[in-house]
Design a protein around this ligand. Structure first.
Ligand SMILES: C[S@@+](CC[C@H](N)C(=O)[O-])C[C@H]1O[C@@H](n2cnc3c(N)ncnc32)[C@H](O)[C@@H]1O
Length: 272
């Protein structure tokens, strides 16, 4: 767990992000303007919008974002659905950045941030109407406990949107990747194993989607823009430093080679 948090830890994130927005001439801090900088997963804000639509949360509901990072998806979900959102993350620096950015975006009263472990959620049974977990499970060996904890804190009938890289059939990716320095903190399950673990945890699966073709299209568009315009001023490198570029190159190549599959799943905790 410590090794995972060490991989992600990075000080001074929120001031760097706010300064980068100002330098780009953007004076409004909103989930929209932050989106190039705070969506730490494949397919960026497009994936979060799909997740929000699939979840169908509404005003008055409470949603948990497990492994919320610096809170980009949580802020967008709160702003677009009207739901109250709790973001939980292991990495102290990310929790601090998430809180500052929530306030800067005027969402401090709608998005709460808790530092904690996805394997021991500090919430009572049935607390949430819905839960999300984007690109976190690759860091977690004990998927059975991760899914059991997500199910436990949901009310009966509650939705759980899970996304992340699954193991493809062509072998392991080259490290470092955005989620792990080495294979020691990377736990990729196949799509079949993911489905089996979710069912074993007591979820009903509503949608089990391979988003790899959409991700390949995103990568192609990004490469085209990179060739035409050079590296963008606003991107995950502001938060993570330049080493993210090598990590992203490795994961993009692994997707091209069939080593990684982008999985997007919607499940539900049965009512009875
Ligand atoms: C690739 S980032 C994704 C962040 C966010 N979900 C997003 O999509 O922008 C993975 C996140 O999972 C968090 N994480 C990894 N293992 C965790 C655990 N056991 N409990 C809570 N958070 C964890 C990391 O700290 C990191 O913020």
């Amino acid at each position: 767990m410590d090794r995972v948090a060490r991989h992600y830890a990075r000080g001074g994130i929120a001031p760097r992000i706010l300064a980068a927005l100002r330098a780009a001439g953007i004076d409004q801090v909103t989930p929209e303007t932050l989106a190039p900088l705070d969506q730490f997963h494949a397919r960026g804000v497009d994936a979060t919008r799909d997740l929000i639509a699939a979840l169908g949360a509404s005003a008055g509901e409470q949603v948990l974002d497990i492994g919320c990072g610096i809170g980009g998806p949580a802020r967008m979900l709160a702003a677009e659905s009207g739901a109250g959102v709790t973001g939980l993350d292991l990495t102290q620096d990310y929790c601090a950045a998430a809180r500052t950015l929530n306030h800067a975006a005027g969402l401090g009263d709608r998005v709460t941030v808790v530092r904690g472990d996805a394997l021991a959620l500090p919430f009572a049974d049935g607390t949430f109407d819905a839960a999300t977990c984007q690109y976190v499970a690759m860091n977690i060996a004990d998927k059975a406990l991760l899914y059991a904890e997500a199910r436990r804190v949901l009310r009966p009938g509650g939705a759980f949107a899970l996304s992340g890289f699954a193991a493809g059939s062509a072998g392991a990716p080259t490290y470092p990747t955005p989620w792990a320095e080495t294979a020691a903190t990377s736990f990729l399950a196949t799509p079949a194993a993911t489905r089996a673990e979710l069912l074993a945890a007591g979820f009903a699966i509503a949608r089990f989607h391979d988003a790899t073709p959409a991700l390949l299209a995103t990568h192609a568009a990004l490469r085209k823009r990179l060739r035409a315009e050079g590296p963008p001023a606003l991107g995950l490198h502001v938060m993570l430093g330049d080493r993210i570029r090598e990590q992203q190159r490795n994961s993009a190549r692994a997707v091209d080679e069939g080593r990684l599959i982008a999985l997007e799943v919607l499940c539900r905790k049965p009512r009875f």
